[in-house]
Design a protein around this ligand. Sequence first.
Ligand code: AKG
Ligand code: FE2
Length: 365
Amino acid sequence: MAPVPISQIKVGHIDDVQELRKSIPAAIPERFIRDMAERPTLTMETLLSSTDIPVIDFSQLLKGKTDELQRELSKLAASCEEWGFFQVINHGIDLGLLESIEKAAMDFFMLPLEEKQKYAMAPGTIQGYGQAFVFSEDQKLDWCNMFALGLEPHFIRNPKLWPTKPAEFSDALEVYSREIRELCQNMLRYIAMSLGLNEDAFENMFGEAVQAVRMNYYPPCSRPDLVLGLSPHSDGSALTVLQQGRDGSVGLQILRHNTWVPVRPIPNAFVINIGDTIEVLTNGKYKSVEHRAVTHKEKDRLSIVTFYAPSYEIELGPMPEFLDENNPCKYRRYNHGEYSRHYVTSKLEGKKTLDFAKIHTNSSS
Ligand SMILES: O=C(O)CCC(=O)C(=O)O
Ligand SMILES: [Fe+2]
């Protein structure tokens, strides 16, 4: 998340969805109502019939040079190639930490609006409380309140946006983000191995990696069939780690073979997905898959999302290992800081942000 000073943006009035829900529970202002083509289908049938995203057992990856490791690496390769998403179980992160960050996030969202607005996200920026990615008055809004903070390296932090309430918030976030950083580093090592690369290939390339967190709170919505919790997008990161609140609704959906597939949460597991950076580096072998969030009539939902990305300074493009006569180069080389800036100054619109790097050939779509 590069700091982007944008002054001339007119976003119009943005209703706070929690306040809307409290004052007029049935109201859905026009700006939240999606065009027909974007409205979600939310049948029980979809939920029951769809295949679950793959599950990776992290404890199997830790097994050194064994058959178990090889099996799990093959599963990881297939998950990244065919799904772009997987859930990670037995990740070894203390469950107490997951609970404490969930509580801190939830307690923050439950504070009075005046308190949360002390940390308001300025229009066109992406840190603080509010709705990110809104750049015009006619843009549709998401049924979501967000609270986002830059974490690493420290220069991306804005200390004024770190809340003093709840009192445990900052400490919980510090401890949590250290553990998640390590998980990201480990996962990138295994992802490199699953590609037949040197295990340090990504870490060596990334420099001092950028890490940010976004907490998304989706209150219940009286017409979940008309709105989206979060617009379709791919992540601008290398890797994203998502923790879902306990007892929340099923809300995350991924686009697979042109169908929106719900991700059913496994208790205490993380959902991990490939971001745009890995798609570019692998020349599209591993894909950053489009996803969105939907809302629920009675239940609310919380997600705590960590984005892990290369340092802004690095230049990247497809690695030579993924190029040959059958696999022509699909992306140009670019500076990652520039891509980050492009990402955070564009509205969420499917995989459109990656057009920034795509080389358009006659045969490519
Ligand atoms: O809340 C979710 O499940 C999706 C969140 C997400 O995709 C994001 O924050 O980038
Ligand atoms: Fe996302």
